[in-house]
Design a protein around this ligand. Sequence first.
Ligand SMILES: [Cu+2]
Length: 423
Amino acid sequence: MLRFFILSSLVAAAGPALWGQAAPSAVDFVQPTATVAAGDQGGTFFGHPPDPRKTRRYFIAAEPVVWDFLPLGKDEVCGNPIPPMIAANRDTLMLRYVQYTDASFTTRAPANPTLGILGPVLRGVVGDFLAVTFLNRTHQPLSMHPHGVHYDKDSEGAYYQPLPGRGAAVAPGARFTYVWQLDESSGPLPGEPSSKGWLYHSHVNSDTESNLGLTGLIVVTDPHRARPDGTPADVDREFATLFMIFDTTAAGPVPPSAAALAPADAVNSLLFANAAAAAKAAGAPPRGSAPDKELTEAGERYAINGRIYGNLPGLEMNEGEHVRWYLLGLGGEADNHTAHWHGVRLLEDGVRRTDVMELLPASMKVADLVADNPGSWLLHCHVADHMNGGMFARFVIFPRAAVGADRSPAHAFLGFPAPLTAP
Ligand SMILES: [Cu+2]
């Protein structure tokens, strides 16, 4: 209730003047390619519907969310004092991908808390198609652009000239069904681990949309090394972690008029009235000047899955388990990360033993570990500035004898299952 009141007040305080004074943005360049009036014009793969016996169906909406980078309110791992600018600005308006169980988009699929801000994990084996119906429940054109899979132009989900595909920019309220083939080139080579992780993210204004939280993971498994449900047969548990410095001042486009926004859209409309937009309206300092740097630093969050200072929950496993970790990076030139696990050693992409994985923006790596050392351990970025900024989490290996709440549950794979659509 208090949170709603604060948001309402902020929306009211932003006022119509803010909308009128915003500078034109790159998004003004965008002509949505999928509209409410046209209906869903997707669902095909190079002109034909995919074989339903090989197609896994997903229903993903983009929705606004009030995101807390620090839900515990403190650092229980390293005991750092939380910087006042972060403690005072915990609620951040972001966008995220949310999975639903069917095309009515009424029942949410269970979400995995260890994924944090990451969207739902989409998965299949080589030979499958993923048919992903995307519904845009925000006020700005968005998309889903996949890495690593095979697609035609309409299912590329990226907006640029000339001739953007039909799924390049999905208008507010509209939907589009992307069809992605998990062909041989999207799966692992025989010498690679039995599954690969690929990023997906919105790609109308890619950088801004990643900073708003619109990212996720696709997992493709080698069918010869898979269980019947498509999960890799040689591992017991999966985790995915995105190392990314979020710029929480990332501004969305400005709606045509404040009057066009319904009250129910208050949370969504506040996205357009965030700190960056307010600064612009007030006369923003030139880029690179000291005040601009302060503004940027005030909005930076050195996060793992959108959580900071040890606030990412659920990285728990049991002694003896074979655990697969999908490592992702995104962001800008400061996003050079070195993910370091204490207490365990990992096999990087099947070729190198290490306990540090190097990540650059759009890096996608697989690390396998055997949980052979029970205890509570630190996972952190080894870049000193990033560690100091809160880019760390705790993971736990429960001893073999542990029972009950001290044992990690057996449902251990990422993603809400999407069975093949026809038997
Ligand atoms: Cu880092």
